[in-house]
Write a protein that binds this ligand. Structure first.
Ligand code: CA
Length: 218
């Protein structure tokens, strides 16, 4: 899963990015509202973490622009203790939740899981297409009765496909979902990950659509 952090405080931003990576997520970090909006508009993210006091464009304005241009990516506001009105406005504008700084990283991860769960409509931290079930908390995947823990990139790839069963993803679309900025894309990495996933589970877990890309069944 790829997470966008929009936070101008270098210490908070850096620590968040590191901690999310350690939790097996792919994190991109930008430090002002304009970059935040541009990044959010790419639609590559499972969740956006948005500070409100930002240079160039306030968090509230970023959120407004996102929602008015139809970007409904789940969004969590991270903000200082003051500014209750801003938080209320943020929720009214379509933020999914907020956290007050300083917060524990454990709580942030739990809130992210809760947001993704609500989005998936499930009671547990699970998403699936009926055949494949992904546990967002433990990064385990279950397919045809077999449950295994996956690496960050294996999980991100499978999550990309399972989130939209029946949709064919090209190589570059998959790469966008499983790589953060500044990470060098290794050639054939998509084939390698799919090879591992098929070996771990079954060759049918991911279907190849010749010349176009890959999908999981609906
Ligand atoms: Ca700030």
């Amino acid at each position: 899963m790829r997470v966008l952090i929009v936070e101008d405080d270098p210490m908070i931003g850096r620590n968040l990015a590191l901690a999310l990576k350690e939790a097996g997520l792919i994190a991109d970090w930008v430090q002002d509202g304009i970059q935040g909006l541009e990044a959010a508009k790419t639609g590559h993210y499972a969740v956006v973490l948005l500070d409100l006091g930002l240079p160039r464009k306030s968090g509230i304005d970023v959120l407004k622009s996102m929602r008015s241009s139809g970007i409904d990516t789940p969004l969590l506001i991270i903000t200082a203790r003051d500014g209750i009105d801003d938080r209320v406005e943020g929720l009214d504008l379509g933020a999914d939740d907020y956290l007050i700084k300083p917060f524990s990283f454990k709580e942030l991860l739990a809130r992210i899981r809760a947001i993704l769960r609500r989005q998936g409509g499930g009671a547990a931290s699970l998403v699936g297409n009926g055949e494949i079930t992904l546990n967002l908390a433990s990064h385990e995947a279950t397919y045809r009765g077999k449950t295994l823990a996956l690496s960050a990139k294996e999980f991100a790839l499978l999550h990309t496909l399972v989130a939209h069963p029946g949709t064919i993803y090209s190589r570059s679309q998959i790469e966008e979902h499983i790589y953060g900025w500044g990470e060098e894309v290794e050639s054939n990495v998509v084939d390698v990950i799919i090879h591992y996933l098929r070996r771990k589970f079954d060759s049918e877990i991911i279907r190849n659509v010749r010349g176009i890309g890959w999908m999981v069944v609906k």
